[in-house]
Design a protein around this ligand. Structure first.
Ligand SMILES: [Zn+2]
Ligand SMILES: [Zn+2]
Length: 285
């Protein structure tokens, strides 16, 4: 809730006119509690999780030679009912684990100082904070994911996520509820280290979900804008981790490739990639 009654009061306090975005934010949030604004995150997660995989669902249902060129494991096919079953199971976990986690994590958000007031973060503040969140999460997620590949963690928890040896968009958050909580911790680390605005937090959670759905989509489209992000792993990179399955000691990182490179857990993948590229080139010649 903003500490101003009117736009004029806000402008007087900031000693300048509000920007268009700040005026919108004032009108939307001024009478809403910080807790209610934080709960928007759960709604965004649900909406984006439901809508973003839909183009991949359509591609899967319209499979043809043209579409198969972009399918990472072209022999694998998923029916509508397979994909809806995955969606239904994720929504069940969502209600059981992510929903309560979002609601009860509010004291942490309050304590670390995620702000809801004015001014809104500048474009550069937003960019640098999101970059820090991605880097911190990627590093923490790498190690937590790697730990989950030890026998106990894999058998009891992580094997659920690996039921999909050829992942689909809806399978991005398909996991044991304990894994959602363990890896969810990594998503909170960045905002804990560099607390920002609630809008930055929403955007962070949305972008992380967009990234997870793309890397689990099972498709590699050459026109994807993520191709221009340095050290970005992408769909083929994570698909390989699922393809190898439980014994996978490769490609643990969730977003970037640098952790696997530094700790030498991408050797198998790089070798396979080289072999695959040589075979493709020789068949084209
Ligand atoms: Zn794994
Ligand atoms: Zn995965």
């Amino acid at each position: 809730m903003l500490p101003y009654e009117t736009l004029q009061e806000a402008e007087f306090s900031l000693r300048r006119n509000l920007t268009f975005a700040e005026t919108l934010w004032f009108k939307y949030s001024s009478r809403k509690s910080d807790y209610f604004l934080y709960c928007h995150n759960t709604i965004f997660l649900f909406i984006f999780y439901t809508l973003l995989p839909l183009p991949y669902v359509v591609a899967e249902l319209m499979r043809s030679k043209k579409i198969d060129k972009f399918k990472i494991q072209p022999k694998m096919k998923n029916s509508l009912s397979d994909m809806l079953t995955c969606y239904r199971k994720v929504i069940q976990t969502f209600v059981l684990a992510i929903g309560p986690l979002q609601l009860f994590s509010y004291p942490v958000i309050e304590r670390i100082g995620i702000r809801t007031g004015l001014p809104l973060p500048s474009g550069s503040e937003l960019f640098w904070q999101l970059l820090v969140y991605f880097l911190v999460e990627d590093y923490a997620n790498y190690w937590l994911h790697r730990l989950l590949h030890f026998k106990w963690g894999y058998e009891k928890i992580h094997s659920v996520h690996h039921e999909y040896t050829a992942p689909i968009g809806f399978a991005a958050p398909y996991a044991h509820w304990a894994e959602i909580i363990i890896l969810g911790f990594a998503s909170f680390l960045g905002p804990m280290i560099v607390p920002g605005h609630m809008i930055t937090f929403w955007l962070w959670m949305i972008l992380r979900q967009v990234e997870a759905i793309e890397t689990h989509s099972g498709y590699d489209f050459p026109w994807s804008p993520t191709k221009y992000i340095p050290f970005y792993g992408g769909a083929i990179y994570h698909d390989y981790h699922h393809y190898v399955g439980g014994k996978s000691q490769s490609n643990f990182a969730s977003v970037f490739t640098y952790c696997d490179y530094i700790y030498g857990t991408d050797k198998g993948y790089r070798y396979q990639k080289e072999v695959f590229e040589k075979v493709t080139q020789s068949t084209l010649q």
